[in-house]
Design a protein around this ligand. Structure first.
Ligand code: HEC
Length: 480
């Protein structure tokens, strides 16, 4: 009886002891896969968790979009040998949820493409490790994925690309470059989907797309030698509109029927590319953007509301500076389709929420640990209804102290709004539609339904507005 109780504990101890040794010797096997057979027997029942059956499917679904040859990640996680070489760090990075990268709290909102692993999937990595990291039965291995360079959404209507290949100079770290791509459109067009094709996948860390209707971007380009112009946080001109962007692992999607993104005639699409110095290569890159025009009639225009504060001051050395932005009263009912948080290097957290007219609160996005290097557009699984009279609030925290490893100023200096690495931004872009808008309404319909340029949000004074009533930041927004 006593023995029966002790035995499992001994087995556990033996496994833990082995695990520590394995972690220390986490070296890539050469040539043939390592012999790990001994660990199956006699303690471990034959291959309870194997690479072929349990680990490979998770790697395919959640990791290989980046961890394949030519992907953005520094090493592939495709074969058994790949996985074996990184078995220890896979356990650590999945348990602390740094991999797969997903910088928002899934408990706040249900987003499309949320790659977060389930607790069972996280346990699979550690169980596989603990049970000897065996390959398992070759018959269990799913067929390998292929990573094509073709357009995922099919043949586009128009492809925009850089005027010349860009070879980034990484001697001073990461490179942020804006490329001006004229659309040459004679008329306004409705865009249904945008797909980005990164040139040198290993180097391209993220891409953001902006629309310039005034030509400001062309002057910036002319003033900077080489293809495009240097741009860090934003495109360097007054934003009219944005077309979304791309990060490794993001899946291009189409807008719902009846909703379109307006691309004005003669506009330029300005593509900001972040080239990562970490990639260890510098090669000529040509990144392109495919536009798919809407084939269905458009009833509602997709609009962008920047929930923004441009007049903050972050004192030198401030460890936890709070910056807020609000729309005190949303004037008309809208639906929000996506949200794109944006700060620079000192940003630590960002929370955006809405208070409905009945007083209840909804979380729109919660970024508990901001990283400038992993920013993206988050699409709500279902468009989020925001009734008229709701309030929108953004609360961001910044760390301008010496202790912040991201701080590029030594000693820290006072930081305000600006485009440079040493400046900051505080924005959440909300892509939304206006419920009452019907661009298909017959002539003579209510002006409200028909009015195409109806943009009440632009009439709001974006300087911080004193809240009409004291706004209580919910406790859980402060877990800085
Ligand atoms: C969106 C792209 C992407 C996805 C998806 C992704 N990774 Fe990564 N991974 C990276 C990049 C890039 C790095 C290099 C470090 C960095 O930039 O954060 C990395 C680094 C790692 C490391 C090294 C971490 C360290 O501490 O050195 C491990 C291990 C890892 N990834 C495992 C995984 C696993 C397991 C998955 C799936 C469950 C996964 N990754 C999904 C992009 C990705």
């Amino acid at each position: 009886m006593l023995l029966r109780r002790i035995a499992p504990a001994l087995v556990g101890l033996a496994l833990v002891g082995w695990a520590i040794v394995a972690l220390a010797q986490d070296a890539p096997p050469r040539g043939r896969a390592p012999r790990v057979v001994g660990f199956r027997d006699p303690i471990v029942p034959t291959a309870r968790v194997t690479f072929n059956r349990d680990v490979a499917p998770i790697l395919q679904a959640r990791c290989q979009s980046c961890h394949h040859d030519g992907g953005i990640a520094p090493f592939p996680l495709v074969t058994y040998a790949d996985a074996y070489a990184h078995k220890g760090s896979m356990v650590v990075s999945t348990q602390n949820r740094t991999m797969p990268p997903w910088r928002v709290d899934s408990a706040c909102t249900d987003f499309q493409d949320d790659p977060s692993l389930t607790p069972a999937e996280i346990a699979t990595f550690s169980d596989w490790f603990d049970l000897g990291a065996v390959a398992g039965d070759p018959k269990d291995l799913p067929p390998p994925l292929t990573f094509s360079d073709g357009w995922q959404l099919g043949q586009p209507d128009k492809v925009l690309t850089m005027s010349a290949p860009m070879t980034p100079d990484f001697s001073r770290g990461d490179v942020y470059r804006c490329f001006v791509m004229p659309t040459g459109l004679a008329d306004d067009r409705w865009v249904n989907a945008v797909e980005v094709s990164p040139g040198v996948g290993k180097m391209v860390h993220h891409v953001l797309l902006f629309v310039d209707t005034t030509g400001e971007s062309e002057s910036l380009d002319a003033a900077d030698p080489g293809p495009g112009y240097s741009c860090f946080g934003g495109p360097g001109f007054t934003l009219q509109n944005a077309l979304g962007g791309w990060v490794p692992g993001s899946v291009p999607s189409r807008l719902p029927d009846g909703i379109g993104l307006r691309l004005p005639k003669n506009s330029r699409v300005v593509m900001q590319v972040h080239y990562s110095a970490l990639s260890g290569v510098s090669a000529p890159d040509v990144t392109s953007v495919a536009l798919h025009y809407s084939t269905k009639p458009i009833r509602q225009e997709l609009r962008i509301l920047p929930l923004i504060n441009q007049s903050f001051i972050i004192p030198a050395g401030a460890k936890d500076q709070v910056v807020t932005a609000s729309v005190p009263i949303v004037p008309i009912p809208v639906h929000v389709l996506s949200i794109t948080p944006h700060m620079h290097l000192l940003g630590r957290t960002m929370h955006v929420g809405t208070t409905l007219p009945n007083g209840s609160q909804k979380c729109l996005v919660d970024v508990p640990d901001w990283s400038f290097h992993w920013q993206r557009q988050y699409n709500f699984r279902e468009p989020l209804a925001i009734p008229a009279g709701s309030r929108l609030d953004l609360v961001a925290h910044y760390d301008n102290s010496e202790e912040n490893p991201q701080n590029v100023s030594h000693p820290p200096r006072e930081v305000r709004w600006g485009e440079n690495t040493t400046d900051e931004m505080c924005i959440a872009f909300l892509a939304f539609t206006i419920d009452g808008e019907n661009l298909l309404a017959p002539a003579g319909a209510t002006p409200m339904a028909k009015r195409q340029k109806f943009d009440p949000f632009w009439e709001v004074d974006w300087k911080p507005v004193p809240p009409p009533a004291p706004f209580e930041v919910p406790q859980h927004w402060n877990h800085h």
